[in-house]
Ligand binder design. Sequence first.
Ligand code: TXA
Ligand code: MG
Length: 355
Amino acid sequence: MKTELIQINTPFKEGDLAALDRAADCLRAGGLVIFPTETVYGLGADATDAEAAHRIYAAKGRPSDNPLIVHIAEPREAQKYAKTTPLYDRLASLFMPGPLTVIMPCRDTIPRAVTGGLSTVAIRCPAHPIARELLKRAGIPIAAPSANLSGSPSPTRADHVAEDMDGRVDMILDGGECEIGLESTIIKIDDEDSATLLRPGAITVEMLSAVLPHIHIADAVLAALPENAPVLSPGMKSRHYAPKTPLYLLDGSRDACAAYLRSHTEKNAVLCYNEDLPVYREFLREGCCFPFGSVADEAAQAHRLFTLLREIDKLGFLGIYAPLPGKSGLGLALYNRMIRAAAHQIIHLEEKEKQ
Ligand code: TXA
Ligand code: MG
């Protein structure tokens, strides 16, 4: 299949809306269109068409029991596809359009091919102007997983999308870099005042707590699950978002990390906070140290994480070392993605010191 790559400006310039109309026509005809969102790029198809959903699974190399998120143009459209509740309305009024996905019981307007056979559906109303305009012009809900090959880091730039998906989809809409860089927060509504967090994201637990008295954090968010444990969200398996180069997370003070890295410089890349650069440059070779953002700037770290993992993966290092993030605010989303990318290889430095 020939993939057409089209640049779209925001704010829209002449020609951009015509290109979005062509992409919308392609989606209505059952085609596959990759588009930017504020989180990561999505691989879209008509969410009401089971055949189109199968095409998504084939293009990604993803098992068809791993459900897709249904994207909508306006929060109120959710009721056409899901059995919404007053809690959904409260969440939507605060956080949509935006990086929040809500799981609710599914209506029969969405085929089971999209929900991976489940009786629930994940609904998200993205905030990115290109995603919104595409949804509006298509006039259909769009099923879209992240636009990476199954298992590799989610793409946050069109060139990363093309690396994985050129020749596998009809169109790629290049809208530049995704602002957030990590996928949406996913919660499953349990009852009127409680929900389960399945995937942390830019809508943090702290933000959700304002309207949700009880948030249960699914076990898989923070830890590795045993191979045969029941999984609430099929995409939350223990190794995921993984670069090909092994990633190791360092759990310890900044001094302990620096001391450890001094003795592990050979052919390794280091993801480091900007503040650590001067110290690391004393013992790391040029080109081995990759600044990840300021230590307090989790938004910058989130924005860069997947890009850095993809770029470092091309450079032939033996391993990548990175600090283990904290678990509050956006840190929880970084923690969740990084333990998966590292396949849970965490080096506990203070314990090593005690030994
Ligand atoms: O930010 C995002 O959410 C991006 C952009 C493109 O919107 N999309 C995305 O989709 O990350 P995907 O397919 O890569 O991740 C969706 C996750 C998967 O882990 C899937 O298992 C889970 O959501 N999921 C979807 N529907 C579900 C359901 N009904 N019950 C439980 N988990 C569900
Ligand atoms: Mg994904």
